[in-house]
Design a protein around this ligand. Structure first.
Ligand code: SAH
Length: 222
């Protein structure tokens, strides 16, 4: 826990700065990604019960049995995507909207798809509160991508695809980059697919990760 001043404000800023320093020490070095992490209030994306833990480098539970990703993994994936300021990015699995927010700060336009209406609604409220105007949301099955808006410069999948995400790869520009956790078990391989400019891909195994699964269809909610 960070140092606290009288109103607790410094404590929060110190905690966030410490988190960003630790991500940097773990290899997140892209200045744009670091600036995005530093300027994003993660406490806005965590449930009340976990607000005090918002600046820990860990995944936390959110509504609908899902999770907000670990900040290090968000930094790692955002950096691996090699987003450029002009990039149009597709994200699958909006969840809390935290990763979406980081992407929105380093790219031109972010399209994000979520299969829980509740989560999407909460994330949209956060984007509005933060004044983010370059995020386009969709309630649907992200496994199918967003054909009407394809092709994308970058695609980030934040739920574990059982196998190579072929439908999504087909919506990537020829020299685009797609990052996704791939695997059927509790631990998956984080893979970066780099388009070769001629319709093929080179797949790089980056590290092992634990994501909730990419599920078919939209969620039925009460
Ligand atoms: N990027 C999120 C991580 C959320 S966890 C964050 O930073 O908070 C993964 C999310 O993927 C969950 O919200 C889950 O509902 C969603 N998801 C799983 N399968 C999906 C699918 N087929 N289409 C869209 N979203 C999906």
């Amino acid at each position: 826990m960070g140092k606290q001043d009288d109103n607790g404000e410094e404590g929060r800023d110190v905690q966030l700065a410490r988190l960003v320093l630790s991500l940097r020490a773990q290899g997140v070095s892209d200045p744009a990604v670091l600036a995005a992490l530093e300027s994003t209030p993660r406490e806005l994306f965590t449930p009340d019960l976990f607000k005090e833990r918002a600046f820990e480098d860990s995944a936390l539970p959110i509504a609908c049995g899902q999770t907000i990703s670990q900040p290090f993994i968000v930094g790692l994936m955002s950096q691996a995507l090699q987003v450029e300021p002009r990039s149009r990015v597709l994200e699958i699995g909006t969840g809390s909207g935290y990763q979406t927010t980081i992407l929105s700060k380093i790219s031109r336009l972010v399209y994000t798809v979520e299969r829980y209406r509740t989560l999407l609604g909460e994330a949209e409220a956060r984007f509005k509160q933060l004044g983010l105007t370059n995020i386009i949301t969709r309630f649907g099955d992200g496994g199918l991508g967003w054909p009407e808006q394809a092709p994308f410069d970058r695609i980030l999948v934040t739920a574990a695809a059982p196998d190579e995400p072929k439908a999504l790869l087909s919506q990537l520009k020829p020299s685009g980059i797609l990052v996704a956790p791939v695997g059927k078990g509790p631990v998956q391989r984080l893979i970066r697919y780099l388009g070769d400019g001629a319709g093929g891909f080179r797949a790089e195994h980056m590290t092992d990760v634990r994501f909730v699964p990419l599920l078919d269809g939209v969620a039925k909610e009460p």
